[in-house]
Design a protein around this ligand. Sequence first.
Ligand SMILES: Cc1ncc(COP(=O)(O)O)c(C=O)c1O
Length: 478
Amino acid sequence: MDANELLIFNKGNELVHQNFIPKLDIKSEKIEEILPKNLIRDELRIPDVSEVEIVRHYIKLSKINYGVDSGIYPLGSCTMKYNPKINEIVARMTSFSKVHPLQDENEGALEILYEISQMLGEITGMDGFTLQPAAGAHGELVGLLIIKKFFETRGIVKNKIIIPDSAHGTNPASAKMAGFSIIELQSNKYGEVPLDHLEYALEQGDVAGIMLTNPNTLGVFDRQIKDITRIVHEHGGLCYYDGANLNPMLGICRPKDMGFDIVHLNLHKTFSTPHGGGGPGSGPVGVTNELIPFLPIPCILSTDKGLVCDYENHESIGRIKAFWGNFSIILRAYVYILSLGGNGLKRVGQIAVLNANYLKTLLKKKYHLPYDRICQHEFVLSDKYLPNDITTEDIAKRILDYGFYAPTIYFPLVVNGALMVEPTETESKDSLDKFVEVMNQIRDEALNEPEKLKKAPLNTPVGRLDAVNAARKPILHD
Ligand SMILES: Cc1ncc(COP(=O)(O)O)c(C=O)c1O
């Protein structure tokens, strides 16, 4: 593999376009007479390359890339499952890809949006959904604005939110953006919320509620979850469920039944849609009946006259995204849910948990597992006890040399030197065993050939980068 592939603009001959522009065989017109001056360019930078050169260029680039179609992608907290191609086929059908929200006839699209809202309601137990949020964190912001408005309309001032330290990092960021201050709760030795600390925090006053990531970023399901929601409600707070990690719970249990008032989902994790690299995503928010009036507008209502868009929700927090959200992502999730059905979704959750526990049980023989208990969709190892000062970063870089994507590193922050592994249900036993084999081999190298790990990756197009400078001062061209 060669990472020094030239940009397509730096390929080909001089920019004379002789390869692909056919000779003019119609009457020529003066461009200045057709277009205003400000729209005319002096130069058109189109590389002079043939079709085969273009195809080879992009095929070469695609081979340097790594994705879920290449192999296991155990990036904890991201649920990088395989995306069935049927989702893509449907999303590309012109009846969907060419539809525009401003056209007169949109009933088919509205029906899909309405139906998936109903399906998500059935999956989570919630009574109403908005599909507008474009990502999980966007959903969090919406949920928190709903909490805010709920109290404001009752003339109550509550500006604090409780967030456990095992929450996803976007939770405190979203709470801050929505104008709340954060009370952080330290998890106990099981990775769960200590109920006495929760009660103490609630007694400080002005607490609007709790934001709970469950299963949390340690892959742990909080066994006292019903007590948590009961206690928060008893103190007049609302309970927000970060449901981005819903994968292991599909068809098994539901946030509303656990006592939650609001939930957001990450369609781009649980419901199989290509993501990574920043989007696009979809973070629908579901609420109980009491909070439906606060949902963003417009809402789709089912009436005697069919589906109608309702803009009259006066208590609504307003519009939070143009039109209906990322329709093509919602559509992929719709196809995924329909093609699996209820039993299929339940099986997804069960196998995700089985795969994670299988990997965890094998890997803990050679790696430190700080929270040693049955996990859900993911688990967290650490670099504690690795020989020769080998760090999590060294391990992750060496994994790349063996042709796999690395787990998430240094997150969650509650574990020093964290290595967060989420295999998902779409990996076979064979694929999991190969990953374990590589991890064991790397553990042996840590002991016997540590310099290899310190210099890794050795076989990738680009070697070890200065991670801070690569992120802050990227050089994207020569
Ligand atoms: C538990 C959890 N909450 C929230 C988010 C934020 O989602 P997004 O990246 O779509 O904003 C993620 C992202 O993976 C997550 O894992």
